[in-house]
Design a binder for this molecule. Structure first.
Ligand code: FPP
Length: 230
């Protein structure tokens, strides 16, 4: 059985470009191609949910040119891939602060979510203007506004997509050993897989290797090996 939900921190686009004496935006362009490959691979593998960390709440600190380029790629991805989504039954969703997105990007995400809402295959969740702390803050804000007690369950139910199960596996490419504010609440018991391979170089075989590694792990959720028998 493949993991039900995989999250990917797609890192290393800039380093990929620098290694080739190319501009950073070229790395993002290749990064988008990798995202398309890996969405297809996850879909073929029978994964139910794939969350892609495309733009964090901190990424606005990059140059206007780079931010504009990434947003343009996202927009193109949402528009140009519609046939692919239809053929593969792929449903598009979003996590992150929707209100803080540029109006045209927000419009395309809403449209893509609407157009794919009845598709029953892989659900691709685009983390865009996403921060784990920000998501928790927004959930608590909703709770307080609704006058609901702040319990763990209630916070979980007020996150961006409460129906989506927590990620089983979180992959980080390009070798850094940190979470970078990705799915902080949801990743409490996720298994991490860190790869040195830069995101634009990722292939289906790398996803297969990550999943095979995941399948060897024993998940205890804070318990002891083999359960609680004496
Ligand atoms: C991290 O590499 C990558 C990003 C912040 C942008 C990711 C965006 C894409 C791959 C394109 C859009 C994708 C979809 C699915 C619509 P970095 O620039 O931080 O690399 P570096 O650490 O090597 O500089």
């Amino acid at each position: 059985m493949p993991p039900q939900h995989i999250g990917i921190i797609m890192d290393g686009n800039g380093r990929w470009a620098r290694k080739r004496n190319q501009v950073r935006t070229q790395g993002h362009l290749e990064g988008l191609k990798a995202a398309k490959r890996l969405v297809k691979a996850a879909s073929d593998m029978g994964v139910s949910y794939l969350t892609l960390y495309a733009f964090s709440t901190e990424n606005w600190k990059r140059t206007q040119e780079e931010v504009g380029f990434i947003m343009g790629l996202v927009k193109r991805y949402l528009i140009e891939e519609m046939d692919f989504y239809r053929q593969n039954g792929i449903r598009i969703r979003h996590t992150g602060d929707f209100a803080g997105l540029p109006v045209d990007i927000g419009r395309e995400i809403r449209r893509a979510m609407e157009d794919t809402r009845d598709f029953r295959g892989l659900q691709v969740i685009l983390a865009l203007n996403y921060g784990g702390r920000d998501e928790i803050r927004r959930a608590v804000e909703r709770l307080v506004r609704a006058g609901v007690s702040v319990t763990e369950d209630a916070i979980g139910q007020h996150l961006d997509n409460p129906d989506i199960p927590d990620p089983d596996l979180i992959i980080r490419t390009a070798g850094e050993l940190r979470t970078s504010n990705f799915l902080l609440w949801e990743a409490a018991y996720s298994e991490y897989y860190i790869s040195d391979i830069l995101w634009p170089d990722w292939t289906e075989a790398d996803l297969t290797a990550a999943v095979a590694d995941f399948q060897k792990r024993e998940r205890r959720y804070g318990g002891v090996p083999g359960g609680n028998e004496p």
